[in-house]
Design a protein around this ligand. Structure first.
Ligand code: M6R
Length: 376
């Protein structure tokens, strides 16, 4: 059952290296044979041919995974991609576009808003000329679900059953599906060289042991921080680029299980209003990983520090001026920026877990929430 863990959520966080390993095995081929694609999703060429645009619909944590997916697809495969809240898209869809792939992301496969948005999209394209026909793809942890029956193509995520209401390992599994999808598109469209593709896949192969290292080093660090933050009322999470969705996910995890008010922001937006919230009572968690936006995140963090906020850095940088601005460090390994979200989310899951556990809350069954939301 809980295998010695106090809650299912903690057990599921610790299962994540195994989820990444299972995904690597399922989605990627051995890299020795240059005549064979390194990606193995089993999707037909007809789904991808002449693709001009992608629309993704999802809710909650799945929506956050989709935002990471958008970044990967646009940067690697060069296809314009939009991510929509399913509950919004249904009533205000984008104008019809030709040669569009529509992707529904739902771990349960039963989320009413996501199913309804896909049904709407399918219906409004019926009877139109072939280039407007709906090309539908589902990403789900339950291929036998309602979503599985609704769409002709599925990428199965390989998280196994998740019991905690807060999604953790299913999120990591969705990220893996998006790496595979973005790389599959990039391979077929030849938007990145085979060498680069292989480099990214080899980087992904290192992720399970990096998550293990993160879990080993952060369990007690996050527990200590949780002790100090158990009575905190507001938290801000900052990230930029591919890690902005991880800031959103860190904030969602914290609010749903600890009932502490938390917001995720793209770090550069702070100065356009939210910075007014900051003072010594509002801690700021900043995801600062080397890459295209590292210096920017550091300077945005400095702005928060100047307002007396306690600064917690999710960063591989342990010393030097940049690291010194943080009051506390939640260290993650230094990996390719494109792969960093999958590591950066882990300390945020642990932080949320330990704060909620410290507050004595029902971590696996938070108030007002259900594992799958089957009402619109
Ligand atoms: O089953 P789904 O992935 O469609 O669920 C979507 C959301 O309801 C879900 O991610 C929710 O936000 C989680 N409780 C987040 O931890």
């Amino acid at each position: 059952e809980k295998q010695g863990f106090k809650h299912f959520m903690l057990k599921e966080i610790h299962e994540q290296p195994g989820v990444v390993r299972a995904s690597l095995e399922a989605y990627f081929n051995n890299l020795g044979d240059s005549n064979q694609s390194p990606i193995n999703l089993g999707l037909p060429e007809s789904l991808y041919a002449d693709l001009e645009q992608i629309h993704i619909v999802a809710c909650g944590t799945s929506w956050h995974a989709a935002l990471v997916g958008k970044h990967l697809i646009e940067q690697l495969a060069g296809i314009s991609t939009q991510v929509h809240y399913a509950s919004e898209y249904r009533y205000a869809p984008s104008p019809l576009t030709a040669n569009t792939l529509i992707v529904g992301v739902t771990q349960s496969g039963e989320t009413a808003d996501t199913l309804a948005a896909l049904a709407m999209e399918k219906e409004r394209r019926q009877g139109k000329e072939p280039k407007y026909q709906a090309r539908l793809l589902g990403i789900t942890n339950r291929p036998e679900s309602s979503l599985g029956h609704m769409v002709p193509h599925i990428i199965s995520t390989l998280a196994g059953i998740e019991i905690g209401v807060a999604a953790t390992k299913t999120f990591i599994a969705q990220l893996m599906a998006f790496y595979a999808l973005a790389l599959d598109l990039a391979y077929r469209r030849q938007t990145v060289s085979l060498d680069k593709l292989v480099e990214i896949i080899n980087g992904l192969r290192q992720i399970p042991k990096e998550i293990e290292a993160t879990l080993a080093s952060q369990e007690s660090l996050t527990e200590q921080l949780a002790h100090e933050f158990a009575e905190t009322q507001d938290f801000i999470f900052l990230g930029r680029g591919i890690n902005f969705p991880i800031a959103l996910e860190g904030a969602l995890k914290l609010k749903e299980i600890s009932y502490i008010h938390a917001e995720g922001y793209p770090a550069g937006e702070m100065k356009h209003g939210p910075i007014a919230l900051l003072d010594a009572k509002v801690p700021v968690v900043a995801i600062a990983v080397p890459g295209s936006v590292y210096e920017k995140v550091i300077s945005n963090s400095q702005e928060a520090k100047a307002r007396d906020s306690r600064l917690i850095g999710v960063t591989p940088v342990k010393d030097g001026e940049a690291a010194e601005i943080f009051n506390d460090l939640l260290p993650v390994s230094n990996v390719d920026e494109l792969l960093s979200p999958i590591l950066a989310v882990v300390p945020l899951q642990l932080l949320a877990y330990h704060i909620a556990a410290r507050r004595g809350l029902d971590v696996d069954q938070p108030r007002n929430l259900a594992k799958s939301v089957t009402v619109e």
